[in-house]
Design a protein around this ligand. Structure first.
Ligand code: SF4
Ligand code: SF4
Length: 277
């Protein structure tokens, strides 16, 4: 089973929720797909982590075989190839690794080489399996790393919690591709509602089962009203609690404290109920 935890913006409590649920779940797995700013390993400090490189294929041109037909430059919709001074030039950072230029080249002048785009760190702690993606700073897309992370847990029989990237862009879409359930976390403010609406509309497109957790829950019923209007269940309410915030900000797992364990256990139980487990 895969549960993706999403929010319309960073800093809303996605990692708080993903880390604590994966910590409490029996046979839990935590997957940090927020590869541009991964922070799950601040909580899950792996002593013996394994690190693997993630690479993509990019084209190289053998100019001796190239006849200058420009089929490859015409084909590339990402402007990663250009015919300049009688030669095809490759702009590696614009390439999306689609492989199309190699296919359309009539003279087999194009081959491919590996380019490292990031890393996957993995290990086990507190009986939780951990996978954390890390994109090399300055690269344009974390999708190949997210794709590889999800491939590593694809057929897992464990309860997998995906810490998705913030927002509603391509990397978020990729991170929920195999999810059975999407848990949206939002704060009860107008800005929080706007972000929630954005991400809710995204998961609806993918026809995913969905629930909402309110973080810094208050008297303000703005998120409750939204949930009611859209017929979405509120799965949990994390209170505005300074001690909870302090524990979390120190990189400690809140659910490992007796007074906070029931809060996250209830959220987990409610998710399982939604999934009829
Ligand atoms: S692999 Fe695709 S994106 Fe990259 S240069 Fe070739 S056609 Fe363009
Ligand atoms: S398609 Fe092949 S032969 Fe034509 S310009 Fe590109 S590299 Fe050269």
């Amino acid at each position: 089973m895969q549960i993706a935890i999403l929010s319309g913006k960073g800093g809303t409590g996605k990692t708080l929720l993903s880390v604590n649920l994966s910590y409490l779940a029996e046979n839990g797995t935590y997957v940090d797909c927020d590869v541009e700013e991964p922070n799950g390993l601040l909580y899950y400090q792996l002593e013996n982590k394994k690190t693997e490189e993630v690479s993509i294929k990019i084209p190289v041109v053998n100019h001796d075989l190239c006849n200058g037909c420009e089929k490859c430059t015409d084909f590339c919709k990402f402007n990663a190839l250009a015919f300049i001074l009688d030669k095809v030039r490759v702009f590696k950072d614009l390439c999306h690794s689609c492989g199309g230029c190699k296919l359309v080249c009539p003279t087999n002048a194009i081959s491919e080489i590996d380019k490292t785009v990031g890393y996957i760190h993995s290990g086990k702690i507190f009986d939780t399996n951990i996978y954390s993606g890390e994109m090399i700073v300055g690269l344009e897309s974390g999708i190949p790393i997210i794709d590889e992370l999800l491939n590593q847990v694809k057929n897992s029989s464990r309860n997998v919690f995906i810490d998705s990237p913030p927002g509603n862009g391509c990397s978020v879409m990729e991170s929920i591709r195999d999810s059975n359930y999407c848990l949206l976390i939002a704060e009860p403010t107008i800005f929080g509602l706007h972000n929630l609406n954005m991400v809710y509309n995204l998961v609806k497109v993918f026809n995913k089962k969905v629930g909402i957790v309110i973080n810094k829950a208050s008297e303000n019923s703005i998120i409750e009203d939204y949930a009611l209007e859209n017929n979405v269940n509120i799965i949990g309410r994390i209170p505005m609690d300074l001690e909870l915030g302090r524990i979390n900000s120190e990189g400690k797992i809140v659910a490992s404290y007796d007074e906070y364990k029931p809060l996250f256990t209830d959220i987990l139980t409610n998710i399982y109920k939604e999934l009829n487990l």
